[in-house]
Every structure is written in C-alpha cells, then in structure tokens.
Ligand binder design. Sequence first.
Ligand code: BGC
Length: 768
Amino acid sequence: MRRSPLGIVVASVVAGSLCVLSTGTATAASGGGTRPTPSCPWVGSTAPVATRVGELMARMTTGEELSMVHGLDSNTDASSSGPVYAGETAGVAALCIPALHLEDGPAGVGDGLTGVTQLPAPVALAASWDPGLSGAYGAVIGAEQRAKGTNVELGPTVNIVRDPRWGRAFESLGEDPYLAGQLAAAEIRGVQAQGVIAMVKHLGVYDEETLRDTPSDDAIVSERAMEEIYLPAFDAAVAQGGAGAVMCSYNEVNGVPACQSPYLLAQVLDGQFGFGGFVASDWFATKSSAPSVDAGLDMQMPDSCTYGAALAQDLADGTVPRALLDAMVRRILVSMFSAGLFDQPAGGDPGTPVSTPGDVSVARLAAEEGTVLLKDAGGVLPLSAHQDRSIALVGTDAGPGALTAGGGSAAVTATSVVTPVQGIRGRAGTGVTVTYDDGSNPLQAVQDARRADVAVVFAGLPEAEDQDLATLELPPGDDELIDAVAKANPHTVVVLNTGSAVAMPWIDDVAGVVEAWYPGQEDGSAVAAVLFGDVDPSGKLPVTFPTSLLQLPDRSPFQWPGVGNIQYAEGVFVGYRAYDAQGETPLYPFGFGLSYTTFRFSRPEAWITPSGDVEVEADVTDTGTRSGADVAQLYAHDPSTTGEPPDQLKGFERVALAPGQRARVRFTVGAGAFAHWDSGRHRWVVSPGRYELRLGDSSRNLPVVATVTVPGELLVGRPTPLPPPMASPLASAPADAQCPKDVVAPAVNGGLSVPSDLWSVSGRPSPF
Ligand code: BGC
C-alpha cells in the first residue's frame, strides 16, 4: 500500500476473468509569412499577441470595432448569386484586418460547397476511439476550409447524445463527455494547425430538434448534470484543444437563452474553463443587444439585427460601455492573431476544388476504423472470395442511393461516392457473382438472396438537423425486407447506415450485423475492406443501442421531446450511465464492438505516482490468428453514496496488434477522475470511500479492477462563484419579434407543465 500526497491509497488490484472479447470466424470467434508594414505593424510582427492586439485596437474607431462583432447582412440575402460562406464579417482593409469567413462544418466543408471530401459522419469518428485519427480528420477539414478561403470552421459538435432520436446525433461525438471531449480536442488541434479557427458548438445543453427555437426550447437541467455530462466536452475542447471560438446554442438553459447566459458564457466558459477566445451565436440565436453583451456573447451571426444599429444605439446612450465592446473585439482579435489569420491569410474562394487524394485516404481510414462489428455468428464474416462464390447485395443503400452523410448544416457534398455495390464488386473480383437488388422488387431480392452463398442487406436511417426521429425503427419496409432475406438465406449480414442507435427486431434471425454509420464518400471501399477482412473491424459503440424506446433514460414526454420546456430529469443518468444504474441490458452496450480476432487483458498493476496520480497498467494480447485492434477502456466506479452512475469512462487507448503480439496499456488518472460535482458548494469534490478503476474493452466487459481508497474528502479544481439560474418550469425568455429566425418548428402543447411525480410511459413509472 502506498499513500499519495492527495491521500489516495491503492489497496488492491484484482484481475477478474481475464479472457475477453470477440467472436470472429478465424479464431472462433503555406505558405510564407507576411512582413510588417508601416501602416499595419502588427502584421507579421513577432511581438506577443496581446501587444499586437493592443497596437491594433489603439487605432480602431468605434465603427470599425462594431463591424467586427456581427455578420454581413448581405450574407443572409438569398438572392446573392454564387457560393457564399455561411457567415462573414466585414474586415477592415485600412487596418489589414481580414474578413472572417465562417463555414460548416463538423463532417467536412459543408453548406453545399463542391469539390470537397465527404468524410464519414463524426459519430463514425467517435466509434474509432482514436484521437490520432481525429487529429487527421481535423487536419483534412482545416486544410480544405483554408483552401476554400474559410478561416473559421463551424465545428466540432460536442453536444451529448441524450437520446438516439436526436436529428443531429450523427454529427456529434456520442453519449460520453470524456470520449467526446478527447476526440474533439484532437480534432480541434488538427483544424487549427492549418491556420483555421475551430468554433466548437453548441454551448450548451442542446440535444434535440423538435422544440428548437420555439418558446418551449428550454432545458431545465441540474447544475450537476451540466457540470458532469453536458459541459465537460467543451472544457476539453477549450482547455486541451485550444479552440479559438465557441458557438452558443439556440435553446434556453433554465429559462435563460444560452447566448445570453452569464452562467454559461462568463462563469463556466471563461471562469471555470479558462476560455480566452470569442463566442459567436448560432445562426439567428442572438436574442438581445445589451444583455447578450453583458453575458459574454462577442459576435452575432450571421446578421446584424441586434449587434448592428441596436448595439450602436446602446453604446451611444451608455447602456453598453465602450469597454465592453473593446473586450469583445479583443477576444476576436486574440483568436485571429493566434491562428495566424493576419500573417498567413487563407487564400482560395468557395468555388475552388479542394479535395486531395490524401484527404480521401483519411476519409477511407476513418470509415474503416469507425465501422463496428456487432454480430458475427457461425463464421459468416469475414467474406472469403474462395468460399463465398456468390454474394447477393440488397437495399437502396447499397447502390446509388447509398446513405453516406447526414442532413442539415453538417451535410457535405461528396466529390464522388464509391457505393457498396461498386466497392464489393471490385474487391470480390471476377470469379465471384455479385447480384444487386435495390429492394423495390422484394420477391426478386429474396430469390437472388436464396441462390447466393451469402446475402448482405444494406439499410439506412436518414437523420438531419431540424428534425428528430420519431422512432428507432428503420424506414418502412426495411425490417420486413431484412426478415424475408434472412429467412431465405441463413448467411445474411445486415450493414446499417444510421446516425445513432437503431432497433433490430430481426437480430436473432441474421448471422451478422455491421454498423457503418454514415461512412462518407469512401463508403463502398471501406465496407468491402471490412466485410472481406482486409481490415479488422475495431470500432466500438460511442452510443448505447437500446432494445427499444422503452429502455431510454428520457422516456417521459416531459423529458423528450418536452412539454412547455425540456425536463432533464434523468440528471447525470445519460446513456450507459442510465442503463447501468437501472440494471437494464441494452441490445448493445456503450464501448462494445467485435473483431475478427480475440484479445486478452492480463498482468494488471496499479500504483500511486509521486505526484499523487493513480496509474493502472495491463497487457493486451492478440490471442487470435489475425492482426486486429482493440480499445482498452478505463472506467471509474464510485461508492454508491456519491450518487454517481456505476461506471464512468476516464481513459481509453486503441491498440493495434499482430497475432500473438502484446502491448502494455497505461492510464494515469488524477483525483479528478473520482470527483463528482457538489451543487451545494459549486465545485468538484472527492468523497471519502472505496473506489474502483475498471479496465476492459466495453462498458460491460471490465475484467481488470483496481481498488482505490480515499480516506478523506478532496477538493478538486476551481469552484464556480455562483450557482446557475434554476428557472421555474414555466419561465421563458422574452421573444424577440424584430429579428429573423432560423427555423420555426411547431409549438408543442402550448407551454404546459406537469409535476414530475406524474411521469410515466406505457404504464411504466419513471425511475427518476
Ligand atoms: C446550426 C449550426 C450551423 C449554423 C450555420 C445552424 O442552424 O445549428 O450548427 O453552424 O446553422 O450553418
């Protein structure tokens, strides 16, 4: 036993059943800088950013400063011809201040621009659990944005998938704040290394579309749930990723518009997370002038409805002191100088084709690494060109209608798409018969499937911004088609293209299931490589797959989609945290994914470092006959007295191994890994007690356990000075009738509210 300076004691390390994982067939299973000029000495200067900003601002008029804090109204003019950026600021030529060009988004260059690479959806990136890949993904986005003349990338999206029906689940990084935060930080570093500012979005607690931008779009959420679930990914994006900008969201949080929330913008983002960049509103989400300025909103996008003439008036009559405008502009300039926007401005324009072969390779790699093998019975996969002499491909999603991207601002127009039919035909070679039925004639499809050695049905569930899904079911007819093909051929594999979890009523009747998400333009190449085993499927689920809607943690209508507001009554019990706490067995758990080989965890050790951190180590061995990759996952298990969910992700590492090869994984966690948010004291606290660190390769397969005893209370990190507003359920922000809105969804139930003890769904009481 060793005592750490923090008072943590590692009491024991227990290796449970060490044999883990996998049923697979093989084993049973730019440019130069600019020189300073006399007129703009801050350009190309080597002075510290603060000095350069100071020099520049000393020369700026109020009007010039004002022009930097809002979008160009012309940009919102639908009649303008040719491609334009999603948002633009004016720039000040006389002072060499470049215009800002803001463009979506998180899956590649969006907004209908062409000649770009359609990367796999961010949820696929999340399924790779690979920060290195995330950095490469970000670098592709940054480089293509820059070549388009963009200098602010509108991504990544780090909102938590609270419910798989969320229309934007595909563009997020999953249901776990740690996973999302680590991947976002790596992606942001990749984007910003290209000289483009990353704008992480949408702060905060924005997790559904149904009530978006209606008076009921108000997340009623506890301080603890915000701090533990909804905000940590922003912390990582800012503190570890160094994001230069943050986008605040449409919704209200506890009755206060997010873009006008001193709690979110000043207290948490700046005070707690140490953010020094600028905050811009989501499109048409600026609700006011002076109150938003006071709260910490630095830029209105994409127009000037409140930060133009209205703010000018507020400044003129003293409602907004000039010092506040200075502070806003300073923050914008700090990010611009830090990203090199003055010294190495982005060239190019929206019409330039920018996709490169290297970018397409990253798209393919991400699609391969993100693919998750969920079921592989009887050795159906990988396909073999020797044994599988005939392959029947079925479903619109395998052909020209392949679902490779989600919709809305994260949609990306592919330069060209390799469809699954093309990819699989190319990989199978001439000796293998590959038939294709789009499913419009189910009898024909079933007949072809019956005659083939193996049938692969492709099924997609489209998702898009502005609209949540009504169910977890595939589109009408798809489940029936899968059933019919599975009855005709026992070697039926289903490939899913979905943005999040989907129900699988046919799961017991099919031999294999592959979740390929929205795989981007390299769809067919990647899926062929995985199906034929050229690539070992190593993706792990970044979201839990429930058996049905009834298992969801937010199953009362007051929680989803909300009635008059959105009650986050499940608190911190989101995603796997809820399933674990309720003892529910989901269809597939968070962190789960099979491989064509097998892995074993062994030789666990844990100790305290001189600096008081806990280190946990173990060997991961590829015990099969093929190369493959596993993701070691570390979860903290707190004493039940803390009120925390049973297991929470605190570390992960993807390891690629050859057969028989062994790698040692090591995780170092500080006391913060055992902390929970104390809403009474507004800070992170570690309660005394017995904790565990559990290591394995899925949230439900954690064979290695290290026990950690904390003898006395520990305080971690900085407290926040004040509690957040905790609105009454009926509170709502004043409507701003003057400004344009983005989307007006139909109001639901006219602002009713019902006490929480009446909640139940289908006769099942809410557990919360
Ligand atoms: C979305 C943002 C996006 C913006 C600009 C909004 O509707 O919520 O994510 O960046 O539009 O396209």
